[in-house]
Design a binder for this molecule. Structure first.
Ligand code: CP
Length: 525
């Protein structure tokens, strides 16, 4: 079956790339496909069924389940399947991923790239760079599916996890009480839960891990923002000692290979805190299931072997569900599934220019009000209220940064002054004979100095006044950088990616790895 459903050409870098309705469609369609496969029914209606679809498995980090389930899911669709790994491809000759993919997109009419990497934000970055390349070259842009990037996200694992929880709950979405235990710090499958669990209406998350393995604050806050009740316990013992215990447990492996020496010294205690022991079992509610994304540590599993034959074992079926959910995911982005979708489709919202606010002009206001220690302006521009609330030293640095970034290499004046109306100090730049700054520079100015005002002066009168607010995106500056060393934006020489930040709430997140930043964090200088 070949058709072009509404998900055709989409990429999934994070769980949130599918709306709640789209995720629900994925789960229901997966249930349909799973039943059809297990009952041996005709599968034509679910298959792409043509080798003009190329599925590339690019695994730059080890994988067994994700790689093999995606490989088999692609074979289900009768696609042409290509496997690249770091050891047997020109990545070994230091070819960039972007260059490799530019070549591959030219080899087939429809491509889906499934990428696992230790570097965070790779699929989002490729969606941008390869997408742009394809549009210019007249090639159909491919889809990218994130198969796990560093400690960021693992969305296809999240989809199979949620599918497994829904099966356990008999498809009742009203509520879920889940205990997350193990390595919540490095476990990307846990991080994806901050969004994925939203498929349930009421969610209680119990975080069961010692502080060294605790969930990063960013994900905990995301859970709270998403309306989850979140509780924290330092060990399984402490958790079971209180009355309200979840009937869904999600374990993760301790990622000792990523931990620093200061944590490695404490390994025995950390393992003990999150490993199941026989005496725990009779404290669990009836019908409890244990889940684990696997692999488990062979010698010291957090779910020891004695649990495997018990009805608690939910992880074997969970692992099998990886095949079915990935059949659906590939089918959706390849376009053969989705024609029966009803609900809210993901839309891309373009950020507006609401960061430029027209200010009120005082009809009697003269440009001479800007004469304090600075050349009065008859015609030109005056940038006022720069860095209000900062120290004198910080404002001087900011003035210099504005001058360099906006290339204000004119006969001009600038300085740091006390505000007329308060004790607060502020920076001021006046540039005679410059009629305006132009939109690009205004945007840069807003990013560099949110809260400043831009005055256009003509015939000694302020004829236009703008107050600049924090813009929705900050990009295109040499002096910005993501604080996450593991982010793809640091390989700009190799991948053609420049740092970019999007406003989220009071702060910003990196467009690629989603690491949260304060405004000041964004700037490297
Ligand atoms: N769950 C998971 O991602 O397993 P692999 O590392 O084997 O793909």
């Amino acid at each position: 079956m070949k058709s072009q459903g509404p998900f055709y050409g989409r990429s999934v870098s994070v769980v949130h790339d599918l709306t709640a309705d789209e995720q629900w469609y994925l789960y229901r369609k997966t249930a349909e496909i799973k039943a059809a496969v297990l009952e041996g029914r005709d599968l034509t209606a679910y298959r792409y069924g043509d080798r003009d679809l190329s599925v590339y498995l690019i695994f730059l980090e080890d994988s067994t389940r994700t790689k093999e389930s995606f490989r088999n899911a692609a074979a289900f669709h009768q696609a042409s399947v290509n496997v690249f790994d770091a050891a047997h491809s020109s990545f070994n000759k230091k070819e960039s991923l972007t260059d490799t993919l530019k070549m591959l997109v030219g080899y087939s009419r429809r491509s889906v790239f499934i990428i696992r990497s230790t570097v965070e934000g790779v699929t989002r970055a490729l969606e941008v760079t390869i997408g742009d390349y394809c549009r210019k070259a007249g090639i159909e842009p491919p889809s990218f599916l994130n198969a796990g990037d560093g400690r960021h996200e693992h969305p296809s694992q999240e989809f199979l996890d949620e599918f497994s929880f829904l099966e356990k709950k008999g498809w009742n979405r009203s509520s879920l009480h889940i205990a997350l235990t193990g390595d919540l710090y490095f476990g990307r499958t846990v991080h994806s839960k901050a969004d994925g669990l939203q498929i349930f209406n009421q969610v209680t998350v119990d975080l069961v891990a010692p502080p060294e393995l605790g969930l990063p604050d960013f994900y905990k806050q995301k859970m709270l923002d998403n309306g989850f009740t979140v509780r924290t316990f330092p060990s399984i013992d402490a958790y079971l000692a209180q009355g309200e215990v979840a009937d869904v447990w999600y374990f993760t492996r301790l990622q000792l290979e990523r931990m620093g020496d200061e944590v490695l010294d404490k390994v025995a205690r950390l393992k003990h805190a999150v490993t199941v022991r026989p005496e725990h079992l009779d404290k669990l509610p009836a019908g409890t299931k244990f889940y684990h994304p696997l692999p488990q540590n062979r010698t010291e599993p957090t779910i020891p072997d004695f649990v495997t034959p018990l009805p608690l074992n939910g992880w074997d079926e969970q692992s099998r569900n990886g095949y079915f959910t990935r059949i659906t995911l590939i089918g959706m982005v390849a376009g053969c599934l989705g024609l029966d979708f009803k609900g809210e489709l993901k839309t891309v919202t373009e950020s507006g220019d609401d960061f430029v606010e027209q200010g009120r002009i005082n009809p009697h206001g003269k440009s001479s009000e800007y004469k304090t220690g600075i050349k009065p302006v008859d015609d030109g521009i005056v940038i006022d209220h720069i860095g209000m609330g900062r120290s004198v030293e910080q404002i001087w640095k900011l003035l210099d940064k504005i001058r360099r970034n906006l290339q204000l290499n004119y006969l001009a004046s600038m300085g740091v002054f006390s505000s007329v109306k308060s004790d607060v100090v502020k920076g001021l730049i006046s540039i005679p004979d410059l009629p305006d700054l132009g939109f690009k520079k205004v945007k840069k100015l807003a990013a560099l100095s949110p809260g400043c005002t831009l005055n256009i002066v003509h015939g000694k009168q302020v004829i236009q006044k703008y107050r600049l607010h924090m813009p929705p995106k900050i990009y295109n500056f040499a002096e910005i950088g993501c604080r996450n060393e593991n982010c793809i934006s640091h390989s700009r020489q190799h991948e053609g990616i420049s740092p970019e930040f999007e406003r989220r709430g009071e702060g910003f997140v990196c467009r690629f790895c989603e690491r949260p930043h304060t405004y000041d964090d964004i700037w490297t200088d």
